[in-house]
Design a protein. Sequence first.
Length: 157
Amino acid sequence: MSHHHNQDIELDVELEAVPIAIPVDHPAYNTLKLLTEELAVSKREVEAGKVRIERTTKTYTEPVDLELRRTSAAVDRVPINLPVDEVPAIRQDGDVIIVPVVEETVEVTRRLVLKEEIHIRVEESTERYHDDVELHRQEIQVSHTNSESNDNGKVFS
């Protein structure tokens, strides 16, 4: 809570008689006195009111419309059954990644046979996503109070 202070000024006035020379034969000789004023100024703090701050959270629905991209892989097994002397390297043909699969078979002689290749094709698609999303927003209530007036509240968001 915050306090606002106004400064009131108090004035103390003192009057003092000042002697002046008046001829003795003057009719106002015993009746005329001049006064002079001196000013003493002081100040003090006075509470003028208080500030109250109140925060509230509001819930509201906001529509969301955006594109989502999805990447998937299609796997095709391609039978080869071709003898090879060593394991072939993984290779790429356009947008297809080819992973060789080998197995050893027992015959009169041992030899490496390319059993199959796995062809992996990367596919992308786009779809529209619609939903209502719940969001929160905070609001601030500021009120000024003093002895002379009622609450004057203002809402900020």
